[in-house]
Design a protein around this ligand. Structure first.
Ligand code: C2E
Ligand code: CA
Ligand code: CA
Ligand code: CA
Length: 278
């Protein structure tokens, strides 16, 4: 029994340290990838439900590792958050996205994800202001997406930064709404411009009335508070139909387009036919 126990323990021990080595290796590789400019942004359109027009795009980071192939952003963003690289990645992705959006028609907005860790870093507001100045993108065309998780361990300091960001003239969206503990509390504390309904509720739309009821409630609250709504992860025409009955403003998902490289986003902008998308 003793030997067995020890054997088991050693097995887990080895796995754990291999996991750590693996992460450390990825961290080294990520650092190099940033230096060599190997990260790329993909863009996913957000579609106005009523008109079928493209409202704008969300920028999503991609990393093709020379050996491992594509590393999911959830993996490398979390590594970057742990080791501090997120500040470099965050500034790069914001600048790259704004530079690209500045070449699009004026009516199109660009949405960029912010990591909670960036709020703890030095002068987030100054960084964003600097990027807007350098790229010449009008602030009102930029929307920053913040997951409600980020607000968990934060109080007045985060709210003050959010207010300073909004004072630049940009918009702020609450991402993944409904997945955290205190969604409603945050809505009371801060005037978000938009709520993004998490994909899990949209995916469940077909099964049972609960998900539709929840989405309906979120849309009602958003409307009462003067916020707009976007539903994420729309994959079927049925989901689109229900969301339009519920009065959702915008939709994003594979039904319309996967995230695509900048050139393909450009092609979508010029070839999009709203009447086919309603
Ligand atoms: P998110 O901000 O919630 O982004 C939405 C995710 O859903 C994206 O995954 C997108 O590709 C995926 N998606 C969009 N439509 C559909 C659909 O119809 N069906 C399904 N199954 N998925 C859909 P992705 O690109 O893998 O990104 C995952 C997460 O990584 C993002 O979640 C975001 O939290 C984070 N992330 C990505 N890029 C960045 C970045 O530049 N900075 C930061 N801080 N986080 C990022
Ligand atoms: Ca997002
Ligand atoms: Ca989301
Ligand atoms: Ca998410």
């Amino acid at each position: 029994v003793k030997a067995g126990k020890r054997g088991t323990f050693q097995f887990y021990d080895r796995q754990m340290s291999e996991g750590l080595d693996d992460r450390r290796q990825l961290e080294t590789d990520l650092r190099r990838a940033i230096e060599r400019g190997e990260l790329e942004l993909y863009y996913q359109p957000s579609v106005v439900l009523k008109t079928g027009e493209i409202a704008g795009f969300e920028a999503l980071a991609r990393w093709r590792h020379p050996v491992r192939g594509n590393v999911p952003p959830t993996t490398f963003i979390s590594i970057a958050e742990e080791c501090g690289l997120i500040h470099a990645i965050g500034e790069w992705s914001l600048a790259e996205a704004c530079r690209k959006a500045a070449t699009w028609p004026d009516r199109l907005k660009i949405a960029v994800n912010l990591s909670p860790v960036q709020f703890a870093g030095p002068d987030l507001v100054g960084m964003v202001r600097g990027v807007l100045e350098r790229t010449g993108l009008p602030a009102h065309r930029l929307e920053l997406e913040i997951t409600e998780q980020m607000l968990l361990d934060s109080g007045e300091a985060t709210l003050a930064i959010l207010r300073d960001l909004k004072a630049l003239g940009l918009r702020v969206a609450m991402d993944d709404f409904g997945t955290g503990y205190s969604s409603l509390n945050y809505l009371r504390s801060f005037p978000f411009d938009r709520i993004k309904v998490d994909r899990s509720f949209v995916t469940g739309l077909g099964s049972g009335a609960q998900n539709a009821a929840i989405i309906r409630a979120v849309i009602d609250i958003a409307r009462a508070l003067g916020m707009r709504t976007t539903a994420e992860g729309v994959e079927t025409a049925d989901q689109q139909h229900v969301l339009s009955l519920l009065g959702c403003d915008e939709v994003q998902g594979y039904l319309f387009s996967r995230p695509v490289p900048a050139e393909e986003a450009q092609a979508l902008i010029s070839r999009w036919r709203p009447e086919d998308r309603r």
